[in-house]
Ligand binder design. Structure first.
Ligand code: NAP
Ligand code: ZN
Length: 383
C-alpha cells in the first residue's frame, strides 16, 4: 500500500530493511502454490473505469482463512488508489478494504474461526509480526512495512495484493476479525476502515465521558467518528462545509454543527476542543481549526496526505501547547476492540447498498459528497 520509501524509518535503516525484511526479500515459489481464479472489479489505469477482471487467490496455507465476500464498503482511499491520486498505484488495481464475508475454508492450524462463521477483513492483510510496532499490536506501523489489503506486496503470490471488490479473499487468520452476531452485516463492513480509522485516534488521545471532540467533514470516516465519539461519552461537534448535512449530523448524535465557511460560527468555538479528527481528503487550510483547540489540544489529520497550504502558523501551537498529528487506520487488536464495542453499543454505519457494476458512478457521487454516508457493495452482484 505504501511505497517502500514511505515506510517509517526506511531511509535510516535502508540497508538493514532491504536485507532482512521479509516484505522486501520475498521468496516466492509460485509453481508450488495452488491458486483459484475469482471474479473481481478493478482498473488498469488511472483514467480508466473499473471493470470486471479475473484475479488469482491462493489456496489456504496452514494459517489461512478463505472468505466468500458478501459485502465490501467503498472508501475514499479506493478512489484515490484507482485514480493514482497518491502516485504509487500499481496496476491492475482491485480496491476494497471494508470486507465482510463467510468463511469457506480454513488451514490446518487455524483456531480463530471455522467454516460457516462470519469474518471481517480491513485494510491490513500482513505485517512482519516481529518488529517493535507489531509486538505492540500496531501492525499498521510495522517497521518493515505492512501489507495493505490492496496495492501491497503480496508475500505469497508476488505482485500486488488485490482487495475486496472480488468474490473471495484468502488472509492469514491473524488479520481476520470476528464480527459481532447482532449487527447488520452490510452495515458492519465500513467499520473495518472508516470505523477503526476514527476509533484509533479517539482511543490514543483518551477520549472519554465529557471530552470535547470535533470532527471535520461528514463522510464515511466523519459519520463513524461522530457515532464512536458519542459512544465513548464525548460531547461532539461537526465541522462541515455543507449546511444541508446539519440535520443528519444531529440525528447521528452530534451535539452541534459548525459551518466551517462561516467565520462567526468558527469564532464561536474558539479554544473549545480537546481533540479534532480531520477527515477532509484534499488539501485545505487547517489553521482555522487549530484556533478552535483548547490548551494542549490535538488536531489529528486522517484524511489528506501531503504538504499543507497555506503554511501552518506555529504561533497558536506554541502559545497554547497545541499539536497537529496524523493517524493511520488501527492495529488488529484495536480493530477487534472497536468491533466488540460496536456490538455492545449497537453501532453500525449508515449505508447505501450498490451493485458492483455501479462502482464508477458511486465514485463520481463520492467526489460530490453525495453519499449518506457509505456505499457498500452487495457482492452477490458479481456472481
Ligand atoms: P468521504 O466519504 O468522501 O468524506 C470526506 C468528507 O470530507 C466529505 O463528505 C466532505 O464533508 C469533506 N470534504 C470533501 N472534499 C472536501 C474539500 N475539498 N474540502 C473540504 N472538505 C471536503 O471520504 P472518507 O471515505 O471518509 O475518507 C476521507 C479521507 O480519509 C480520504 O482521503 C481517505 O483516503 C482517508 N482515509 C485515511 C485513512 C487513514 O488511515 N488515515 C483511512 C481511511 C481513509 P462535508 O461536506 O461535511 O464538508
Ligand atoms: Zn479506507
Amino acid at each position: 500500500m505504501w511505497p517502500i520509501a514511505l515506510v517509517p524509518g526506511f531511509e535510516k535503516n535502508k540497508t538493514k530493511l532491504l536485507n532482512e525484511s521479509s516484505t522486501f526479500k520475498i521468496k516466492i515459489n509460485k509453481t508450488a502454490m495452488k491458486t483459484t481464479n475469482v471474479k473481481a472489479f478493478g482498473t488498469n489505469a488511472a483514467d480508466a473505469p473499473l471493470n470486471e477482471m479475473t484475479i488469482d487467490r491462493r489456496d489456504v496455507t496452514a494459517k489461512d482463512i478463505e472468505i466468500e465476500i458478501l459485502y465490501c464498503g467503498v472508501c475514499h482511499s479506493d478512489l484515490h488508489t484507482a485514480r493514482n491520486d497518491w502516485g504509487w498505484t500499481v496496476y491492475p488495481s482491485v480496491p476494497g478494504h471494508e470486507i465482510v464475508g463467510r468463511v469457506t475454508k480454513v488451514g490446518s492450524e487455524v483456531t480463530k474461526l471455522k467454516v460457516g462463521d462470519i469474518a471481517g477483513v480491513g485494510c491490513l492483510v500482513d505485517s512482519c509480526q516481529t518488529c517493535e510496532s507489531c509486538k505492540q499490536d500496531l501492525e499498521q506501523y510495522c517497521l518493515t512495512g505492512w501489507t495493505g489489503t490492496y496495492g501491497g506486496v503480496d508475500k505469497h503470490l508476488g505482485g500486488s495484493t488485490f482487495g475486496g471488490y472480488s468474490q473471495k479473499i484468502v488472509v492469514d487468520e491473524h488479520f481476520v476479525l470476528k464480527v459481532p452476531a447482532n449487527l447488520d452485516l452490510a452495515a458492519v463492513a465500513p467499520l473495518l476502515c472508516a470505523g477503526i480509522t476514527s476509533w484509533s485516534p479517539l482511543r490514543h488521545w483518551n477520549v472519554t465521558k465529557g471530552s470535547k471532540v470535533a470532527v471535520v467533514g461528514l463522510g464515511g470516516l466523519g459519520h463513524m467518528a461522530i457515532k464512536l465519539a458519542k459512544g465513548l461519552g464525548a460531547e461532539v461537534t461537526l465541522f462541515s462545509r455543507t449546511p444541508d448535512k446539519e440535520k443528519d449530523a444531529l440525528d447521528l448524535g452530534a451535539d452541534a454543527v459548525i459551518i466551517s465557511t462561516d467565520d462567526n460560527q468558527m469564532q464561536s468555538v474558539g479554544g473549545k476542543f480537546d481533540l479534532i479528527i480531520d477527515t477532509v481528503p484534499y488539501i485545505h487550510d487547517v489553521n482555522p481549526y487549530v484556533a478552535t483547540l483548547n490548551i494542549s489540544g490535538t488536531l489529528v489529520l486522517v484524511g489528506y496526505l501531503g504538504g499543507l497550504e497555506p503554511f501552518l502558523n506555529t504561533v497558536p501551537m506554541i502559545l497554547g501547547r497545541k499539536s497537529i498529528a496524523g493517524s493511520l487506520i488501527g492495529g488488529i487488536a484495536e480493530t477487534q476492540e472497536m468491533l466488540d464495542f460496536c456490538g455492545e453499543h449497537n453501532i453500525v454505519s449508515e449505508i447505501e447498498i450498490i451493485k458492483m457494476q455501479d462502482i464508477n458512478e458511486a465514485y463520481e457521487r463520492m467526489l460530490k459528497s453525495d453519499v449518506k454516508y457509505r456505499f457498500v457493495i452487495d457482492m452477490a452482484s458479481l456472481k
